[in-house]
Design a protein. Sequence first.
Length: 468
Amino acid sequence: MNNTYTDLVHQTFHFPQEDFRVEDNWLQYNGVDVKALIEKYGTPLKLTYLPKIGQQINKAKKMFDTAFKKHHYEGEYFYCYCTKSSHFSFIVEEALKHNIHLETSYAYDIEIINRLYERRKINKDINIICNGFKQRPYVQRIAKLLNSGFKNVIPVLDNKEELDMYRRSVKVPFKLGIRVAAEEEPSFPFYTSRLGIRPRDILEFYVDKIEGYENKFQLKMLHIFLNKGIKDDIYYWSELNKIVNLYCQLKKICPELDSINIGGGFPIKHSLGFEYDYQFMINEIVSTIKKVCKKSKVPVPNIYTEFGSYTVGESMAHIYSVIAEKVQNDREIWYMIDSSFITTLPDTWGIGEKFLMLPINKWDNEYQRVVLGGITCDSHDYYDSEEHINEVFLPKLNGNGDKDPLYVGFFHTGAYQDQISGYGGIKHCLIPSPQHIIVGHDKNGKLVDWVYAKEQSAQSMLKILGYY
Ligand SMILES: Cc1ncc(COP(=O)(O)O)c(C=O)c1O
């Protein structure tokens, strides 16, 4: 037979790949025996593979190091993890084992920083980049960190008024960043990002409000984040050039300025066909910054990144069972899963995100085109196309009497999904948050699995709803 699912994959991609291979018709993910986990815990199942986080961090650091050497770049590189992509303690603490810094987005993030300090996971030297449109409780918490000796906390001004709040509440000299409002991609409904300060206002703002106060606060960082991510296209290079040019102009009147933060946006693998030359992109970023600085005869800046998806995205998978096949007309075959896409992978529904989807078993079955359906009542609770193709193909089911259902995995789902869906809490049609299993190393370096959270209970929802 040459129309099995295995054949389809081999005809379409290079396979096996770094983190996926098949043994006895069962998929292995980073060497994890998914079959054994399903047998032990059942589905639906969220799975975090912790070692991936360190692998990603160290890969990026190494690539920046290579690029710095290649271009004789004299700045330093700072890897920050942006907590908003996954705030869980086991994620942030795993990332912190690899000598990184943090980026925050809201007041409550600072409470996380306090807890990490109490637990001795960080010390007061860590760089904490504070982004976001800040209300008073956020500013107050940032000021408290600064006043208590966290000397590398860098509030990044989202607007001009923000500075006045620090002037009043910070009692020690501190560093500042400015977020430069990026031009949005032509396909976006707006011209300029609502986040940050217009580039043409920044020089004047510096002269009016920052220059002359160097013993109180110093402008150290320009920050940019492009919604569309770090991509090899004209839009990206043009925005990067703009911020480096602004850095050079400012550097001439603001000698303290020494860093550019290029934000997040490193892509991750959403299909087996994903091709992205990370090293090439880093080389180009480093050489672009160097070239522009050299032309303007200013020293190169330190480079900060705030990779969220890249750090944590590839460490997670969602695994579902196909609980029924429904044939609704001559063309549409539905595979019903034992959960909901809307509630467990909200980006599939909200922004049409594609994740890397693969069957866990039945690779030697013939395949067919299907649509995956969630069990909420919502017509939009479905998944019908993959990143590389506008369709979904999965193995055919064996019919009644087959003791193993088809299991389907959505991979690289570790960033933002729990945050957007709301972990716990009330869910559409009260479909519960699935159990969450972690695979990581124990104290002796042995790979073990444990339950982080059981499936959400009816009581927990009814309590929120006021029935208890
Ligand atoms: C300021 C800032 N930095 C970093 C990130 C992380 O982006 P990503 O997860 O694409 O790396 C975001 C995402 O929204 C952001 O707004």
